[in-house]
Every structure is written in C-alpha cells, then in structure tokens.
Design a binder for this molecule. Structure first.
Ligand SMILES: Cc1cc2nc3c(=O)[nH]c(=O)nc-3n(C[C@H](O)[C@H](O)[C@H](O)COP(=O)(O)O)c2cc1C
Length: 230
C-alpha cells in the first residue's frame, strides 16, 4: 500500500511536470505565431506622396491644412481624429482619440492665458514669408473626464494625427488652456448628435504648440521629418 502511494506520487509529479511543459510550449507557440503574424502585416502603401521639407511653408498650420486636404482626397476616414496624450502631475501618462475642432489665432476666442510657447516660425520657409501667427488647436471634452483632470493637474499635452493611406503623421505638443464657457456651450450645441441637453462640464481646450513635427514615410525607409520649434 505504502509502495503504491509513493508510486502514485511519482506519477502525479511527472504528470504535473508534463502538463507544465506542454503549457509552456503552447504559450511559446502562441507568442511565436503572434510575432510572425504581426511581422507579416503590411505597413505603408507602395505609393507614397513626395515631401520636400526645403519647400515647406513657414507656417506649420498651412502645411497641416494642405496635408489634411490630401488625407481627405485620399479617402482617409476621420482625418481630423488624433490621439491626445496627457499626464498626471506625477507623470503617469494616458492617451485617447479625439476630434480636432478648429485651429485659430491664439487668444481669438478668449482663450485666457495661453502660455509662452508662441514665437517665430520655421527656418525652412521662403526667405520673405511672413512669420506665422501663433495658432491654437482646439479640442473638446468634459472637465471631469480623466483627460480633463489630468489637464487640470498638468496643462500640457501632445496630439498625434496619423493618415495611413499617405504614410503621414503630425505631432503637435504644447501648453493647454481653457476657452470660455460661451465658446464651450456653443461647441456642445453644435455637436452632430446635440439633443438640446445642457452640459456645464463640457469644455473646449486650446493647445498652443511649442513644437509641430511632420513625418512622411518613405519606401526606402529614409523617412522624412520636418519640425517647427515655435
Ligand atoms: C475617433 C474618436 C473620436 C473621439 N472624439 C472625442 C472627442 O472629441 N471628445 C471626447 O470627449 N471624446 C472623444 N472620443 C472618446 C475618447 O477617445 C475617450 O474614450 C473619452 O473622451 C474618455 O477619455 P478619458 O477617460 O481618457 O478622459 C473619441 C473617440 C474616438 C474613437
């Protein structure tokens, strides 16, 4: 009986080891399959637009609007959607997708203190081009949301637009301020699904860029970057 018990224990131990090995092999197989599957996915389209930073306009907004029109013409869905990265006061980051509401001269819609990020334009512009006016990039959300609370704690953010069909992305980084209650109420009423309900928590934010970077994928992998420090 005692001998049988020891025999049983050995059997169970071997079986447990076998199961563990099988599970590990399965996990390795799954992760290997996933890795190969991800590797095999297509990245950029074969035909990509040209972009020569030397002939880029002095004003990043002009270039952004040009790229936005190209994205629309190329059939990119929601080309005005971007990811917004924010962080807590302690530096814990988060991001989510939002919709660009407008780009307009900073302060034009009573944006309050817009920070000190505004300044001169790109060195790559034509020599006689006028210096770009500081422009604020608008988005909207609720102040009580995670992003709203994070922006209250740390009023800085980064936007990232991505247009896959063109292999293009644009990063916009800067200080964020609040637009007025009137401006926010107007945006709430103008939403496509507006149902007449008020939302005193709704807020239009204005990001005043310190940096705008344009990125163009290239078939030869020598991707092109053009950065404006403002
Ligand atoms: C394409 C797209 C556009 C969106 N636009 C907005 C927007 O303009 N404002 C907004 O508050 N949420 C928008 N959302 C929802 C947000 O991504 C997010 O889920 C929500 O605002 C809560 O975010 P938070 O918890 O990080 O604050 C959008 C989602 C998608 C997928």
């Amino acid at each position: 009986m005692g001998a049988l018990c020891v025999f049983d224990q050995v059997l169970w131990r071997d079986l447990a080891l076998l199961v563990q090995q099988e599970l590990e092999r399965y996990a390795r197989g799954v992760s290997d399959f996933l890795r190969r599957r991800l590797r095999a996915l297509p990245d950029f389209p074969d035909r990509l637009p040209d972009f020569d930073p030397a002939s880029a306009p002095a004003d990043p907004v002009v270039l952004f609007l040009d790229w936005l029109e190209h994205a629309l013409a190329a059939g990119v869905s929601q080309p005005h959607a971007f990811s917004l990265a924010t962080s807590t006061g302690g530096g814990a980051v988060s991001s989510r997708m939002l919709i660009l509401k407008n780009i307009e001269p900073a302060g034009a819609a009573s944006a309050g203190e817009a920070g000190s990020a505004a300044g001169a334009g790109s060195p790559a512009g034509a020599p006689d081009a006028p210096a770009p006016q500081p422009a604020a990039w608008h988005f909207a959300s609720t102040r009580s949301s995670r992003k709203g609370r994070e922006l209250a704690a740390n009023p800085r953010a980064a936007m990232n637009f991505y247009w896959p069909a063109l292999g293009r992305q644009v990063r916009v980084v800067g200080a964020v301020s609040l637009l007025s209650a009137e401006e926010s109420a107007l945006d709430w009423e103008e939403r496509p699904a507006a149902d007449g309900r008020a939302n005193p928590d709704w807020q239009v934010y204005a990001l005043l860029p310190a940096e705008v970077e344009f990125w163009q994928a290239s078939a030869d992998r020598h991707h092109i970057r053009h950065r404006y420090d403002l």
